[in-house]
Design a protein. Structure first.
Length: 329
């Protein structure tokens, strides 16, 4: 953020703030009017409900359009050169090793322009004291490398992540190949069974990444890079994740009047949501949870959920019942 007198003057001048907002809207409108963006919008509208394959083909045409990234970013740079308080209409993305702009964001497709910092990747690897991980995101994606950075990638394959995925049957991932990435190359990745790691790079990697949640695997899964064994998994379903946060908040607030909401969520199609709901309900109202826990232990379609529910019954409710029994005379 710019600090000092210039910022104070900008805050105190409604007309200056209005000019900055107008520049934001103008640049956003110019971006939306680019032929490639307009074409992508039309194609997605025509493809509504058609599935992941045609969506990614539309994305491929966009990311491989000559000069699209330069023309898009030039709009934002020109606006920023005229007004230091201008902020692009697109959202920033990133991590300690990656910086990006979310150029296109629709429920069925997101496209970001990204820079992967080669020095930061090397430093992270050098400073690592424990093992790393190989992440299978669950999502299908395209990567179009404007500058491959002279990088070598390792490509990995894992057991397909399906709705009935279990830790016990997770197996191990395996190395498929190591190969260099060429400037201008595009490759598709099915995050439900494929992953890649940047092994080394001579310079920063610059690329466009298109991702779709359509046809995504139900979980994001990690494997240990040394043993190649399963480490853990998390949900790829945003709605389920938000619902779990809401249930946790209701439990923290001791909202026992919300028990019907918990009961409804016990019918979720996602096994991890059902179990997390049960955990929160047990913490909120164990008596209300008990009959549902018994049903879960015998009837839940996921074997690990059944096992967890049965183990919970054995550890807590059997012991409680035994303690409640009258002592013999």
């Amino acid at each position: 953020m710019i600090i000092g007198g210039a910022l104070a003057a900008w805050f105190g001048d409604p007309r200056a703030r209005a000019r900055s907002m107008a520049a934001r809207q103008r640049a956003g409108g110019e971006f939306a009017a680019l032929p490639e963006v307009s074409r992508l919008e039309r194609e997605l509208a025509a493809l509504r409900g058609a599935g992941a394959d045609p969506v990614l083909e539309a994305a491929r045409r966009f990311v491989e359009s000559p000069g699209i990234a330069q023309r898009a970013l030039s709009l934002f740079l020109e606006a920023a050169a005229k007004d230091p308080f201008y902020r692009p209409h697109v959202r920033l993305t990133g991590s300690p090793v990656l910086s990006g702009l979310l150029l296109f964001d629709r429920p069925e497709l997101s496209i970001q322009a990204a820079v992967l910092d080669a020095d930061a990747v090397a430093a992270k690897r050098a400073e690592r004291t424990g093992g790393g991980s190989i992440v299978f995101t669950g999502e299908r994606a395209l990567f179009h490398f404007l500058d491959g950075g002279g990088a070598t990638l390792s490509l990995w394959e894992g057991p397909p992540i399906r709705p009935g995925f279990t830790a016990a049957a997770s197996g191990r991932c395996r190395l498929v190949e190591r190969r260099p990435i060429e400037d201008g190359e595009t490759f598709e990745l099915d995050g439900g069974s494929q992953a890649f790691i940047v092994e080394r790079a001579a310079r920063n990697l610059i690329y466009l990444q298109a991702s779709t949640p359509m046809g995504a695997a139900p979980l994001r899964v990690e494997y240990d890079s040394a043993t190649l064994a399963f480490i853990g998994a998390s949900s790829t379903d945003e709605a389920s994740s938000r619902m779990q946060m809401m249930l946790a908040s209701l439990r923290i607030l001791d909202r026992r009047d919300a028990v019907p909401v918990f009961r409804e969520m016990l019918a979720s199609p996602h096994f991890y949501t059902r179990w997390q709901t049960m955990r929160e309900l047990l913490a909120l109202d164990a008596e209300a949870a008990l009959p549902h826990l018994r049903t879960m232990a015998s009837d839940d379609p996921h074997p690990e959920v059944r096992q967890a529910a049965a183990r919970t019954l054995d550890l807590f409710f059997t012991e409680a019942a035994e303690k409640a029994e009258p002592c013999p005379a």
